[in-house]
Ligand binder design. Structure first.
Ligand code: CYC
Length: 161
């Protein structure tokens, strides 16, 4: 796993250089938003179940996926879907704290698309649910932190598509 600091240091190190102006700017941006990130992570952690529930209500409930024959139909599969959304939310929050998406590649997206395809989990509906979490989260944490979380929700969606 990488974070904003190791990413900047690694790219300077491969060039054998001290941090240049643009590397410094990246670090400054990261440190300046530190408090924002920590506050947002606390709010998301305290409201995770509500975020997932509202996102499901906005995107999946009463759609084809929850009807007989849909991939979320039966309580076992419904619960698996809710659990997956909670994974996405938790790992997006870690990535937002780190300021780097690599944890999503390593622990969430690696092999996920193939797993979903083999189980018939619909990617389109999953992306809709993640986008709904993005909206619900932004309304909880405010525009600035919401935009930062949005980067990682979008990263999950493009990793699945
Ligand atoms: C921490 C990283 C991690 C992730 C991301 C993860 C995902 C994950 N989701 C799975 C299943 C599943 N995922 C879903 C999800 C959905 N179905 C829908 O229609 C909705 C659109 C969607 C929710 C948004 C469902 C229903 C299953 C069960 C499918 C089945 O067994 O038939 C499975 C197969 C094994 C299992 O059922 O547990 C994995 C590995 N597991 C992990 O360890």
């Amino acid at each position: 796993m990488q974070d904003a600091i190791t990413a900047v240091i690694n790219s300077s190190d491969v060039q054998g250089k001290y941090l240049d102006g643009s590397a410094m700017d990246k670090l400054k941006g990261y440190f300046q938003t530190g408090e924002l990130r920590v506050r947002a992570a606390a709010a998301i952690g305290a409201n995770a179940a509500t975020i997932v529930k509202e996102a499901v209500a906005k995107s999946l409930l009463y759609s084809d996926v929850t009807r007989p024959g849909g991939n979320m139909y039966t309580t076992r599969r419904y619960a698996a879907c809710i659990r997956d959304l909670d994974y996405f939310l938790r790992y997006a929050t870690y990535a937002m704290l780190a300021g780097d998406p690599s944890i999503l590649d390593e622990r969430v997206l690696n092999g996920l698309k193939e797993t979903y395809n083999s189980l018939g989990v619909p990617i389109g509906s999953t992306v809709q649910a993640v986008q709904a979490m993005k909206e619900v989260t932004a309304s909880l944490v405010g525009a600035d932190a919401g935009k930062e979380m949005g980067v990682y929700f979008d990263y999950i969606c493009s990793g699945l598509s």
